[in-house]
Design a binder for this molecule. Structure first.
Ligand code: AMP
Length: 319
């Protein structure tokens, strides 16, 4: 059946993304709850590129750890995307707990995140804005990657991409060092840095690299992990902004210094993502085979409460 706004009863406003208002709604025919994202398009205006990207990317994807775009339809001058509904996201799960997450739960979310990211990369899609707030969590305990407004198709046979892309992508705390140095040619490794920062945040119960602005972000990363050597990151000096930004030489530090309470296998996994040279970061597919997921404590099914949403905490910057 062709969907229209008449197919739904709007229940409440959930939030506002860069291009549209998101509401919770009931599908009248089935009683199912869905999320509708309404994007207003003025007459004679074309669909914003971010919306177009989101639709194109999601049409390629079908995975339990990627949000499902169920329908797209017009409503007057607006464009409406109907998504499966999720009650929580990983950012508010982190906020609502005052204690670090139990390790089996960290493994559960990390494994689902990696499964979803592996699916994106297998389909040549860069997400470019992975962060806890873009990882929806259903009450049944499924993690779903969402917000494909910055997603792009890439050519996996060319490494890095043969055409320039914007470096102004990814929310600052999760932005890979090559983007911080202005890279225009990059790979899916930008998503893998973000994955490392997210898993590290789950283990540490605080963001690993909470920079206050773009320069401070680079400062926080370099001072946390140490200044990279040319051997470690051979292409660093060719990055557009490398010679524009100067910091003192920082001593080498390991991820263990950043997350002192994590287990050795957790540190090994995170350390394989938080590598300066994107070409040396582990892939999502390989990370799924990491011994972190093969040793006790094992991932468990996590069901999530819808109730405890009201704890205050710091939020990642939204740029
Ligand atoms: P976005 O435009 O994707 O950034 O979404 C804006 C806000 O709407 C998010 O911060 C969420 O609070 C909410 N939201 C988006 N998609 C969903 C969904 N599928 N289920 C529940 N809430 C959502």
């Amino acid at each position: 059946m062709l969907q229209s706004m008449q197919s739904y009863m709007v229940l409440e406003r959930l939030g506002e993304g860069a291009h549209g208002v998101v509401v919770r709604a009931k599908e009248l025919a089935t009683g199912r709850i869905v999320a509708l994202k309404k994007v207003s398009v003025r007459p004679h205006q074309i669909l914003p590129v971010m919306v177009f990207r989101e639709i194109k990317a999601l049409q390629h994807l079908d995975h339990p750890n990627v949000v499902t775009l169920e329908h797209v339809f017009t409503h007057g001058s607006a464009f409406v995307m109907c998504f499966e509904y999720a009650e929580r996201d990983l950012a508010d799960l982190l906020k609502s707990s005052r204690t670090p997450m139990p390790e089996p739960h960290v493994k559960t979310w990390s494994h689902m995140l990696l499964s979803g990211v592996a699916h994106l990369h297998e389909h040549s899609i860069l997400h470019r804005d992975l962060k806890p707030a873009n990882l929806l969590i259903t009450l049944a305990g499924q993690l779903k990657i969402t917000d494909f407004g910055q997603a792009r198709l890439f050519d996996a046979s060319v490494s890095p991409t043969s055409y320039p892309m914007s470096h102004q992508v990814a929310t600052r705390w999760y932005r890979a060092p090559e983007l911080l140095y202005g890279a225009r040619y990059y790979t899916e490794a930008v998503d893998l840095w973000a994955v490392g920062a997210i898993i590290g945040e789950l283990l540490h119960h605080a963001p690993l690299f909470p920079g206050q602005n773009d320069i401070d972000q680079l400062y926080v990363v370099l001072s946390s992990l140490g200044t990279p050597s040319d051997d470690e990151w051979p292409t660093m000096r060719q990055l557009p902004d490398f010679h524009k930004i100067h910091f003192p030489e920082f001593p080498k530090r390991s991820v263990e210094d950043l997350i002192p309470d994590a287990s050795p296998s957790a540190l090994d996994l995170v350390g394989q993502f938080l590598v300066y040279d994107g070409a040396k970061r582990t892939s999502a597919v390989d990370a799924l085979k990491h011994h972190y997921f093969q040793v006790a404590p094992f991932p468990v099914d996590v069901t999530v409460s819808p109730l405890d949403l009201n704890f205050a905490s710091t939020a990642a910057p939204s740029d």
